[in-house]
Design a protein around this ligand. Structure first.
Ligand code: ARG
Length: 430
């Protein structure tokens, strides 16, 4: 029986070097290359196909763009960003891992491998999916402790098809949701990157444009009144918002293993959709829902960053998000301006907004409630703070201490004022 291993393949140095190593060091007879399309540029597929061809490898290219776009739009409903980054790489990994696993199982493989090092997040995200199978999970670069230099020498020795000079480029990961750039001098947090690292975003000019995004149950369905499918919408917004310089971030990112690394990202569509969705939620959710949802959203983003999109917590968070987003239906106007995608208008049949209640021109608030009814509320508001400050001041005085020699708090700045008198009075009334 021949032993076959499926390899997550990009045609770059790491995955190319893995091919002979999987045979020689791990004893596999055959390697199948699998490349998953989550919206990378065409050139990446050409590179993968040409390299596979030169290595005599069978290559499978799987289109997972729809699945990935759907997950990205789930992330929009969760307002998901991790330390300012909209999770492009992170969310793509479980989608890629699942697609490779299906190929491996369909082809009767006994092993499954990736070319990640032992320092990044992707090894964890891939293996979280793969370790649920019976396949042998292999990470040659990590397990054999390979360095880039060693790989380059090995490739030269073996005459492997890797493009000369490639080792000097930035490490770039591109998909529908984001483009990330790292490596070389960018690793140094104080280094100020030049315009050359950006490919999706222009340097913002004075030009502006307004667009309308329509949402149904928290999902974007139309741009300027025209319906789009998920992939098309994201691609269109990447181009349009990118031309106004929207969606650049430079973050100090805390990786899962604790390393703090500098990352640069471009994500025009993600920024636009996230801002628009948040703008609509702000209109239709109650104050309590908004406040609680930020906690749910943070947890969602955390699990998304870890590549753990299928666990029980995630399902529970998704249920809360789905319930609250039942009403996130309506239209948001976004203005591209100065590198920003700013919400400048929003409307929804579910808006928790009453023109009559909020207006300065009408006397009634709503129903039988009138402006004057707020007087009682205003009397109570801050009562506890006023009382606490008075008690602290009185106790300090009695003990002859001031804040500087260890007393709690300071003499109330309100002492002797009207407010002080009111508090004194309230105390007497108690
Ligand atoms: N640090 C990000 C993440 O783990 C993205 C890394 C992208 N990789 C790259 N070679 N640029 O989600």
């Amino acid at each position: 029986m021949t032993d076959t291993v499926a390899l997550a393949f990009s045609g770059g140095l790491d995955t190319t070097v893995c091919v002979p190593l999987l045979k020689e060091e791990y004893g596999y007879d055959e390697v199948i290359a699998v490349t998953v399309d989550v919206g990378q540029p065409d050139a990446e597929f050409t590179e993968a196909e040409e390299t596979a061809d030169a290595l005599g490898l069978d290559i499978h290219v799987i289109d997972a763009k729809d699945e990935f776009a759907a997950l990205a739009l789930d992330a929009v409903r969760a307002n998901a960003t991790y330390q300012g980054y909209p999770l492009g790489t992170a969310l793509a990994r479980p989608v890629i891992a699942k697609a490779i696993l299906s190929v491996a199982e369909a082809e009767g493989c006994t092993g499954i491998a990736h070319g990640c090092t032992g320092k990044g997040n992707d090894q964890l995200r891939f293996e979280a999916v793969w370790r649920d199978s019976d396949l042998e999970v292999i990470a040659p670069v990590r397990e054999l402790g390979l360095t880039r230099e060693w790989e380059q020498e090995y490739a030269a020795e073996r005459d492997l098809p890797v493009e000369a000079g490639k080792g000097g480029d930035y490490s770039i990961d591109t998909n529908l949701w984001s483009r990330s750039v790292e490596g070389k001098e960018l690793e140094e947090p104080s280094f100020v990157p030049g315009e050359d690292i950006y490919e999706w975003t222009e340097l913002p000019s004075a030009a502006t444009e307004e667009i309308e995004l329509t949402f149904e149950k928290g999902y974007p369905v139309a741009l300027n009144g025209e319906e789009y499918d998920d992939v098309e919408l994201i691609e269109t917004l990447n181009e349009l918002a990118g031309s106004y310089g929207v969606g650049r971030t430079d973050v100090m990112e805390d990786r899962m293993l604790g390393l703090k690394v500098r990352e640069n990202y471009e994500h025009p569509a993600a920024t636009t959709l996230l801002n628009a969705h948040q703008g609509l939620e702000d209109l239709v959710l109650t104050k309590e829902e908004r406040s609680f949802k930020t906690q749910v959203d943070n947890q969602w983003a955390e699990k998304g960053y870890q590549g753990l999109i299928d666990g029980p917590l995630m399902k529970a968070l998704d249920a809360f998000i789905a319930t609250t987003n039942e009403r996130v239906t309506g239209t948001v106007t976004i203005r591209f301006e100065g590198g920003q995608a700013r919400v400048v208008g929003r409307e929804s049949p579910y808006a928790v907004y009453s023109a009559e209640a909020a207006s300065f021109n009408t006397e009634a608030v709503t129903g039988s409630i009138e402006q004057a009814d707020a007087t009682g509320v205003a009397k109570y508001h801050g009562f506890q703070e006023r009382l606490a400050n008075r008690r602290i001041a009185a106790a300090n005085k009695e003990q002859g201490v001031t804040a500087t020699d260890g007393g709690i708090g300071e003499e109330s700045p309100l002492s002797g004022t009207d407010i002080d008198q009111t508090a004194k009075k309230q105390e007497e009334d108690e």
